[in-house]
Design a protein around this ligand. Structure first.
Ligand SMILES: *[C@@H]1O[C@H](CO)[C@@H](O)[C@H](O)[C@H]1NC(C)=O
Ligand SMILES: *[C@@H]1O[C@H](CO)[C@@H](O)[C@H](O)[C@H]1NC(C)=O
Ligand SMILES: *[C@@H]1O[C@H](CO)[C@@H](O)[C@H](O)[C@H]1NC(C)=O
Ligand SMILES: *[C@@H]1O[C@H](CO)[C@@H](O)[C@H](O)[C@H]1NC(C)=O
Ligand SMILES: *[C@@H]1O[C@H](CO)[C@@H](O)[C@H](O)[C@H]1NC(C)=O
Ligand SMILES: *[C@@H]1O[C@H](CO)[C@@H](O)[C@H](O)[C@H]1NC(C)=O
Ligand SMILES: *[C@@H]1O[C@H](CO)[C@@H](O)[C@H](O)[C@H]1NC(C)=O
Ligand SMILES: *[C@@H]1O[C@H](CO)[C@@H](O)[C@H](O)[C@H]1NC(C)=O
Length: 808
């Protein structure tokens, strides 16, 4: 009996041992099957193991060769070439063969370079623990805690999504690679926008503009928020809350299932050429096919050819060509664009300059950007002539819809048979200065644009400046006399036709505003009322000007026409006016988003940098148009965030332009100066009453620019320290101290290089010495990053008295 019991005991022991052993074997088998990676594992760039494969062996995570070194990422194994589908820290330089990748005991994925530098690839342990990792057969590298996913590479797409992967949320963009062999961020991006639209853009390093988009699904306004490529190769968009899906137009095709292939992996990538393509990888036959793409012609992708050049060709067979009169910046890298061997800067103000040019026509051409202005009802010859007569014109586009006049540079040029447009390009051959004036020419070598500023500055010696101003006023005066004469011959119906400016009666406006019932505000130029335009029901704003100069109504009408003749996307449009006796009213379009002042100072949260930067550029373009591009130069004299308005797409539009002059006759410069406005006034305003100087607006713009950058008012009393009270002093001190980060403290996604550029431009604009302030043309070029910005000096060189604080 005893021995039997012993045997039974032994048996149970053996059984237990067997169970334990088999369980262990089982676990190992399972881990092997999922290729479970344990904390403490290493990969090496220069020796084995170099990667962790997925169970099927089709995907691997680890080091792949990049340039002369290595990068860490995921690739789809292929013969003869692997396809990289994801790269960690893609914009970091390649690492050397002595680098390692560690899955640390703490659960972090850490890249360690040969000199001991550590770069984190994934750090989910901040939100919990990690006990294992795995390269899945879908191409997703995941980290687990107790079998649930705590981090996955699918959440951080680079230029590719794989079957089963989403593009949504914080990582809703694919950014192309530089080239097939360099996986750093390239210039094209595809964005699943929060507005439901899927859009392809070229990122030309300034802020994105609708101009930079070259393809979209047109689904803005839908609730789509996720772009998904399913495992059958179908690309759809849907909303997270509501699973109504829509196939992406142009990329409709189902995945191709040729022959008896059972194993296919689908992939959608923004390729280095900017085209978004769908691919299928047939694993058994090791073939790749591109079965759908959003665009067929590479030329349809904007940005392949640089400034002042155009793209022409079909499919992948295309070339970049210079416009007539231009030459390649670099003959060997034609896509960099073209330049003219000289241009004439600030020619509007230089009536002493005569420019020799010829105009060349090109058919079937178009380009992008905003025209300086558009004229309708011109024929081809008149359109060409309009460019000849406008010295800032670089080229015009003539089509059935009108004649659009553009300044240089011309961007995103495209030539194609189906484009029904004729372009006229102005080629400058030379220029001469009339001998009477002693001013040297400002011929600018395109290749050295930074010269423009220096020369502009040296030109701006006070004497020549006042000469130019005198000239400007004279021309203005002449223009006025001319229009005045025209006006005396004709009566208002002609005006209405010619400039589509409507003349209202006082009673009409009284009705439209319900007896001036809804007052929107009271500016320095009179009260503002909201109304509804009878007939079309459009919302309008009616501005009642203070009663001035009774009797001189013809002159007032002329001035209003000058205002009404402006047409630019960054100016509030004047729709009509009413002049009856001493009553003067202006009728403007109504803009729904309030003023820039509200936008900057009265929001709970700072508006995002990108938006602010765009607005700053809008404002600059509006002023540039007033100063140089519209038919009669207009100096605003009262720029401030309160009269810069925002429309429903947050495009900034300047209002109140032309009014300073209109109100000047009786309101001397001191009486038009009102509280609030004064803050934006240039220091010389105090001493000289001359308001015809553009530099005056440049000063105001500089202050507004600094306010846009810092989201605070020019003068702020509730600040930490005394030197923060005056914005200009504070900004200059931060600039000198290398502490620009302070200006945008707490903000995310701020491009500091751009902030620095904007700050420098702002500081140039607010120089006490008016001759140092750059013209608006240069301001715009500098903001856009086309022109270098030299280091600005202190705006008010000590020991000059600091600007006196107004009483608050
Ligand atoms: C990849 O391209 C980027 C951007 O053009 C460049 O800075 C980088 O040096 C390139 N890397 C390699 C390995 O060529
Ligand atoms: C890599 O390490 C080896 C041995 O530690 C050393 O001889 C070699 O110079 C290193 N290579 C580089 C590129 O640092
Ligand atoms: C993609 O999104 C859908 C719906 O939001 C979700 O069910 C699915 O799991 C997501 N796929 C991945 C890989 O995250
Ligand atoms: C555009 O490119 C610049 C650098 O060239 C980069 O800093 C910026 O983040 C890019 N913008 C987007 C939206 O990717
Ligand atoms: C895609 O495939 C589904 C089923 O596999 C089929 O019903 C549908 O018609 C196909 N669509 C196209 C555009 O081929
Ligand atoms: C697939 O089809 C080809 C002929 O078309 C045949 O030779 C091959 O054996 C097939 N493969 C499988 C796995 O059925
Ligand atoms: C500018 O280029 C034209 C040809 O495009 C040439 O005739 C002219 O001599 C050049 N001028 C200068 C100053 O290089
Ligand atoms: C553009 O090309 C077409 C040929 O496709 C031609 O008929 C047309 O006249 C060309 N020019 C313009 C200005 O449309």
């Amino acid at each position: 009996m005893h021995s039997i019991r012993i045997t039974a005991h032994l048996l149970s022991q053996i059984l237990l041992l067997f169970v334990v052993v088999s369980l262990h074997v089982n676990v190992i088998a399972q881990e092997k099957e999922l290729n479970i990676i344990k904390p403490g594992s290493f990969l090496y760039a220069g020796k084995q193991p170099r990667s962790w494969p997925s169970p099927s062996g089709h995907f691997e995570f680890g080091f792949y060769p990049q340039g002369s070194g290595y990068a860490a990422g995921i690739w789809l194994v292929g013969r003869p070439e692997n396809t990289v589908v994801w790269t960690a820290n893609r914009d970091d330089p390649p690492v050397s063969a002595n680098s390692t990748l560690e899955f640390t005991a703490q659960g972090t994925l850490l890249l360690r370079t040969e000199n001991g530098e550590e770069k984190i690839i994934a750090n989910p342990s901040s939100s919990g623990s990690v006990d294992s990792a795995s390269m899945l057969d879908t191409g997703n590298f995941v980290l687990y805690w107790k079998r649930s996913v705590v981090w996955e590479s699918f959440d951080f797409p680079t230029d590719t999504i794989l079957g089963g992967q989403n593009l949504s949320g914080d990582h809703n963009q694919l950014i192309s690679s530089v080239s097939r062999s360099n996986h750093s961020s390239g210039q094209f991006l595809l964005s699943m926008q929060p507005d439901g639209n899927l859009v392809a853009y070229v990122n030309n390093s300034a802020e994105l503009d609708t101009d930079d988009a070259y393809w979209d699904t047109g689904t803005d306004g839908y609730s789509f928020s996720v772009l998904n490529l399913n495992t059958r190769g179908v690309l759809t968009m849907y909303s997270e809350s509501n699973l109504d899906e829509e196939r992406v137009p142009g990329l409709l095709e189902n995945g191709s299932t040729t022959g008896n292939e059972t194993k296919i992996i689908y992939r959608a990538s923004v390729d280095p050429d900017g085209i978004f393509r769908l691919y299928s990888h047939q694993l058994e036959s090791n073939t790749i096919s591109n079965f759908a793409q959003n665009l067929d012609d590479v030329c349809d992708v904007k940005g392949h050819c640089g400034l002042n050049s155009y793209c022409s060709g079909k499919g992948n067979d295309f070339g970049c060509y210079c416009y007539p009169g231009f030459t390649f910046i670099d003959e060997n890298t034609k896509f960099l664009g073209c330049s003219q061997n000289f241009t004439v800067d600030g020619c509007e103000a230089r009536k002493d300059l005569s420019i020799q040019y010829k105009i060349t026509a090109l058919e079937n051409i178009t380009w992008a950007g905003y025209p300086s202005y558009v004229k309708h009802d011109l024929d081809k010859e008149e359109c060409k002539k309009a460019c000849e007569e406008d010295c800032s014109c670089g080229g015009v586009l003539y089509s059935s819809t009108g004649c659009s006049i553009y300044g240089l540079p011309l961007k995103y040029g495209r030539r194609q048979e189906s484009i029904m447009t004729t372009a006229f390009i102005k080629v400058i051959i030379g220029s001469t200065i009339s001998p009477s004036s002693g001013i040297s020419p400002i011929l600018i070598n395109e290749g050295n644009r930074s010269l423009i500023l220096t020369m502009g500055l040296s030109l701006g010696s006070f004497a020549s400046l006042s000469f130019l101003m005198a000239l400007c006023s004279f021309l203005l005066y002449r223009h006025r006399v001319k229009s005045y004469e025209k006006l005396s011959e004709n009566t208002s119906p002609v005006l209405t036709e010619q400039f589509t400016l409507r003349s209202f009666t006082f009673n009409e406006l009284d009705e439209a505003t319900h007896g001036f019932g809804e007052e929107l505000g009271r500016g320095s130029f009179g009260a503002v009322y909201k109304g509804i335009l009878p007939g079309n029901g459009k919302s309008i704003v009616v501005k009642r000007l203070p009663k001035v100069n009774e009797g001189d109504t013809d002159w007032v009408r002329t001035e209003m026409m000058v205002i009404g003749r402006t047409n630019h996307r960054n100016l509030v449009r004047l729709l009509g006016f009413c002049v009856e006796g001493s009553r003067k009213l202006l009728v403007y379009e109504y803009l729904s988003n309030g003023s820039l002042a509200d936008f900057l100072f009265n929001m709970n949260e700072r508006p995002v940098w990108k938006e602010r930067a765009r607005i700053a550029l809008d404002v600059a373009k509006g002023i540039l148009y007033l100063h140089e591009e519209c038919e009669a130069c207009i100096i605003h004299c009262n720029l401030k965030p309160h009269n810069i308005l925002l429309d429903d797409s947050l495009t900034a539009k300047i209002s109140d332009f032309g009014l300073a002059k209109l109100l000047r006759p009786k309101h001397t410069s001191s009486s038009t100066r009102t509280k609030g406005t004064e803050w934006y006034s240039a220091p010389e305003r105090q001493s000289s009453a001359s308001v015809s100087e553009k530099v005056f607006d440049v000063y105001s713009f500089g202050l507004i620019l600094l306010e846009i950058i810092c989201c605070r008012s020019n003068i702020e009393v509730q600040v930490c320290s005394a030197d923060e009270i005056l914005l200009s002093t504070w900004v200059y001190n931060c600039f000198v101290g290398g502490e620009l980060k302070k200006l945008v403290e707490g903000e995310k996604e701020v491009d500091m290089r751009m902030v620095e550029r904007f700050v420098k431009v702002g500081l140039w604009c607010i120089q006490d010495d008016p001759t140092l302030r750059p013209p608006m043309k240069n301001v715009t070029l500098m903001l856009e990053g086309t022109m270098n910005v030299p280091i600005p000096p202190s705006p008010s060189p000590s020991p000059s008295p600091s600007p006196s604080l107004p009483h608050v």
